[in-house]
Design a protein around this ligand. Structure first.
Ligand SMILES: Cc1ncc(COP(=O)(O)O)c(C=O)c1O
Length: 391
């Protein structure tokens, strides 16, 4: 058994990120300035989406995206319950009502079937999540929504590194909100990026992200800037500082190398955990050109077949010095969200007591991966049987 605790996640920070921070701290900016613009340009180029606006979190990007597509008080926003609370929280902040939809228990994503069941005449926007970075074709959802005047926003918190039929999140939706939180595939400590192919959405998000000040107000301390600016509407303090953009720029440059390592670790889990009775994987992506980002590696523990439940597996892994996490406690289970309406959520209820996320981060060593595999095998008493996919 390993002696040192293996955390669920550890950011992959090299000397390049550290040097970039030192450089950004020495160039006289600290707050939003040239590094942020560079990061936005690089992100737009990498994603193939025309506009990228850096903000200080994915939550901020979701909030501004909802406002920019016209969500207001009294509107409904459909979102899976099986996600982080950020989207629902932003809807409430605007005075709108989150309406929770179910997920497909095999993919852990909400598809057209689950989303359509939650639509009402009040629905103004849908927030969809490629869960763990597993791509799915969102075009039918976008077609369905746009035909009804409903906007589609992608919560792309897990999606850096993901390809859906060869494209990044934000290509087909009205906007996508990436997260650079410490556990994400591109990590800048905190941070987010709103990407969109819709210029009015990009413009409104840019203005709202800095107090509602006119577009070039950030330049007011430069030689070619001006002290004059207008405040077009009350906004928010959501801008990303240069110091964090400097980290993000290096992480984005290193994304393909980090993604390759994630893929190798995921491939080992898929191969070496295959065949354990009662342990099932998230159904793999289906379409040509799809690539899972492996932001998370989720397994389902089916208690009857495994001979142990999910909570006990978590404790057994912890005793073996392996950290795990649960993504997510369904939002409608939380005190603050319990009162809200939702469609029947059988898929969500089924998986909510089964899912757990194993450690997966680029700096894990091959020995770390072996330790996780051994610990999982030792923790699940059921005999090995044929492989089960959730498909
Ligand atoms: C699915 C999902 N959405 C949104 C967020 C919020 O991201 P941020 O912390 O950058 O606001 C997270 C963060 O963990 C997340 O996992």
């Amino acid at each position: 058994m390993r002696t040192a605790f293996l955390p669920y996640c550890r950011p992959d920070i090299t000397h390049d990120e550290i040097d970039a921070v030192v450089d950004a701290m020495s160039n006289g900016w600290l707050t939003s300035g040239p590094r942020v613009r560079e990061f936005e340009t690089a992100f737009a180029q990498a994603s193939g989406v025309t506009h990228a606006v850096a903000v200080n979190s994915c939550t901020a990007a979701l909030h501004l995206a909802l406002l920019a597509v016209g969500v207001g008080p009294g509107d409904e926003v459909v979102t899976p319950s099986l996600t982080f609370v950020a989207g629902a929280q932003c809807a409430i902040e605007i005075g709108a009502t989150p309406v929770f939809c179910d997920v497909d228990p095999t993919t852990l994503c909400a598809g057209l079937e689950q989303i359509a069941a939650a639509i009402t005449p009040l629905t103004k926007a849908i927030i969809i999540l490629p869960y763990a970075g597993r791509p799915f074709d969102i075009r039918p959802v976008v077609e369905f929504a746009h035909a009804r005047g409903i906007a589609v926003i992608e919560d792309a918190a897990h999606a850096a590194g993901m390809l859906s039929a060869g494209t990044w999140a934000g290509t087909y939706s009205d906007a996508a909100a990436y997260s650079f939180y410490a556990t994400k595939n591109v990590a800048s400590a905190e941070g987010g990026m709103l990407v969109t192919n819709a210029p009015p959405v990009a413009d409104r998000v840019r203005v709202l992200s800095l107090h509602g000040m006119s577009r070039d107000a950030w330049k007011r301390y430069t030689q070619d800037g001006t002290w004059r600016y207008d405040v077009e509407e009350p906004g928010f303090k959501y801008n990303m500082p240069d110091v964090l953009a400097a980290i993000g720029l290096v992480q984005l440059r290193r994304l393909s190398e980090m993604q390759a390592r994630r893929e190798r670790i995921a491939a080992r889990y898929l191969e070496e955990l295959d065949g354990i009775a009662g342990l099932a994987f998230q159904a793999p992506p289906r379409n040509a050109g799809d690539r899972h980002s492996w932001c998370m590696f989720v397994v389902k523990i089916e208690r009857e077949r495994a001979g142990i439940d999910r909570d006990a597996v978590i404790e057994a892994l912890k005793r073996r010095n392996i950290g795990t996490s649960v993504h997510y406690i369904p939002t409608h289970h939380f005190t603050a969200y319990r009162r809200l309406a939702h469609t029947p959520l059988p898929g969500t209820e089924q998986v909510s007591s089964q899912i757990l996320s194993l450690p997966l981060f680029p700096t894990m060593s091959d020995d770390d991966v072996s330790d996780v595999v051994a610990a999982v095998r030792e923790s699940i008493p059921a005999a090995y049987t044929s492989p089960i996919l959730m498909a």
